[in-house]
Design a protein around this ligand. Structure first.
Ligand SMILES: NC(=O)C1=CN([C@@H]2O[C@H](COP(=O)(O)OP(=O)(O)OC[C@H]3O[C@@H](n4cnc5c(N)ncnc54)[C@H](O)[C@@H]3O)[C@@H](O)[C@H]2O)C=CC1
Ligand SMILES: O=C(O)[C@@H]1CCC=N1
Length: 274
């Protein structure tokens, strides 16, 4: 890689930078990374925290062959025409922008290879799952380039772009759903009379243990839950309450709502295209 330019230095950018640069053997040389961030205080934080440079757009694009877009969907109308002025035929654009299609990004750029990617914030600890799709001008070599970058911060799967709006609301948002459940369980421990710090410690380690079992045991969640649920015991008694409250249906409805919101963002973005 010649250099990596990231445009938009917010939460997902910080997660990617943590995953790439933290640790004893950084996966990418920090001298090769520049972040274009419009808020001066945020740019200063990124320089201080990650040791990356924060130049203007033109300079960052000139010093790179890969440009990662990490702005909000409503930022693209202003950004893409300015980006187009600085791109060369050697550039690959990786767009992480939720709900914005490769066709919409391409519509403001000069026949540029675009790969759309949906990671999640677990990139910060090298445990993301990222789905990627190629745009009209991206070839396998471009997908390979995007994959090798994103593999440095977790797993990568290649999917048809038609699945990416669902995936945005599913694994893109996914960590938030697990954090939400952890929050609820910590409060539940407090309700049962445990000190909050102890409840938090127990919930975090229980989540880590359950995640490791899901990944490593070779068993599916149904069997793993059955093995915790003794006949006539405490677990099944508690699970009945989750079923009565419709938690399973609520999870499905929540992801549908997220997917619908992503579709709405896509339509709004398409209306601003050329
Ligand atoms: N936060 C997450 O977990 C994930 C976010 N995404 C996607 O990543 C994108 C960014 O999300 P967040 O980081 O959460 O948002 P954020 O609001 O934290 O960060 C966006 C940053 O872009 C900057 N920015 C906007 N326009 C700019 C421009 N023209 N030049 C330079 N900087 C500019 C803003 O000042 C802000 O710091 C969104 O499109 C979102 O859908 C994708 C996967 C996961
Ligand atoms: O909430 C959002 O819009 C973004 C997309 C996926 C995760 N965060």
């Amino acid at each position: 890689m010649k250099g990596l330019a990231i445009v938009g230095g917010g939460n997902i950018c910080a997660a990617l930078l943590s995953g790439l640069l933290d640790g004893d053997t950084p996966l990418v040389d920090r001298d090769q990374i520049s972040v274009v961030e419009q808020l001066p205080d945020r740019a200063a934080y990124l320089r201080e925290r990650f040791g990356v440079s924060t130049p203007e757009l033109a300079e960052a694009v000139r010093a790179s062959d890969t440009v990662v877009l990490m702005v909000k969907p409503y930022h693209i109308e202003d950004l893409l025409p300015r980006l187009a002025e600085h791109l060369t035929p050697d550039h690959l654009v990786i767009s992480v922008i939720g709900g914005v299609s490769t066709a919409r990004v391409e519509s403001d750029l000069p026949k540029t290879p675009v790969v759309r990617a949906m990671p999640n914030t677990a990139a910060s600890v090298g445990q993301a799952i990222t789905a990627i799709s190629a745009g009209a001008y991206a070839e396998d070599t471009h997908l390979d380039r995007a994959e090798s970058l994103l593999r440095a911060v977790g797993k990568v799967v290649r999917v048809p772009e038609t699945q990416l709006n669902a995936i945005t609301a599913f694994s893109g948002s996914g960590p938030a759903f697990f954090f939400y459940f952890a929050e609820a369980l910590i409060d539940a421990g407090v309700l049962l009379g445990l000190p909050r710090a102890l409840s938090e410690e127990m919930v975090i380690q229980t989540a880590v243990g359950a995640a490791a079992m899901l990944r490593d045991s070779g068993d599916d969640p149904v069997h793993l839950r059955a093995a915790v649920s003794s006949p006539g015991g405490t677990t099944i008694t508690a699970i009945r309450e989750l079923e009565k409250a419709g938690v399973r249906g609520a999870v499905m409805a929540a992801t549908e709502a997220g997917r619908d919101r992503t579709n709405q963002i896509s339509e709004q973005a398409d209306r601003t295209g050329r």
